[in-house]
Design a protein around this ligand. Structure first.
Ligand SMILES: [Zn+2]
Length: 240
């Protein structure tokens, strides 16, 4: 193993372990799903193309730059074909450190049916920890159009439901946190599905959202979408 991959060995172990856990959860079957982890200003660890997520080891992880150039990789390995989307989000969001794209069954069901309920404040933990889930129109996977789609939306939130496809989630903390948030979001989607099948899902009132924002400020939690210190939680939810 050469220089850069050796230097980031510990973080590559973390990324590979998140990849295997993603598969264990049933969120990425066959060769679907991909993960990235920013480890330096212009250094990103990313999963290779053509692997099942359950088989990925630290030695399979590539180091790429934000412009997509491969800096270090085991011979013959190429980055995931969704690397341009991960890197576009990271370019637009210098605060983001971990990104996961996956097809968790309930969230993907919502994406297939165009269910937008998770863009609304329906649960306090989801609202505080993740914020609104932004719904995106269908765009061909791995296409330039998909990359361009994130130009305008990357700063609107930390989770994106891609119509007819799956989910993209990011965290300013790291890859482990991105996975925790994805797990939480999938369970919330499951609860919302149950709620919709037995009754009506109601939204948390605006005054309560203001209280949540106070909690976030007290806990020094970053506003979803990052970067804009003037952004409020209510404004974030009012933007569709
Ligand atoms: Zn996908």
């Amino acid at each position: 193993m050469s220089g850069l991959r050796k230097r980031y060995r510990k973080q590559a172990e973390e990324l590979a372990s998140a990849s295997r856990r993603l598969a264990d959860l049933g969120f990425a079957t066959s060769r679907g799903g991909n993960l990235s982890y920013r480890v330096g200003e212009d250094s990103v660890l990313i999963t290779p193309t053509g692997f099942q997520k359950k088989e990925i080891r630290a030695a399979d992880i590539l180091v790429v730059r934000l412009d997509g150039k491969v800096e270090d990789a085991r011979q013959g390995l190429e980055p995931t074909s969704e690397a341009p989307v991960h890197l576009q989000i990271m370019r637009r969001r210098p605060d983001v450190r971990g990104i996961i794209h996956a097809h968790p069954p309930v969230l993907t069901g919502f994406a297939l049916a165009g269910i937008d309920i998770l863009s609304r404040p329906i649960h306090p933990e989801l609202t505080i920890e993740l914020g609104p889930v932004i719904s995106l129109d269908y765009t061909e996977p791995t296409s330039e159009a998909l990359v361009r789609q994130f130009d305008s939306v990357a700063r609107k939130g930390n989770a994106f439901l891609m119509k007819g496809h799956g989910v993209m989630i990011c965290s300013p903390v790291g890859i482990q946190r991105a996975l925790e948030l994805l797990e939480m979001l999938e369970m919330m989607a499951f609860s919302a599905w149950v709620a919709m099948s037995v009754g009506k899902v109601s939204e948390i009132p605006g005054a309560e959202i203001n209280k949540m924002e106070k909690i976030m400020r007290a806990r020094k939690l970053p506003m979803p979408g990052g970067l804009d210190p003037a952004m409020t939680l209510r404004r974030l939810y009012s933007k569709r």
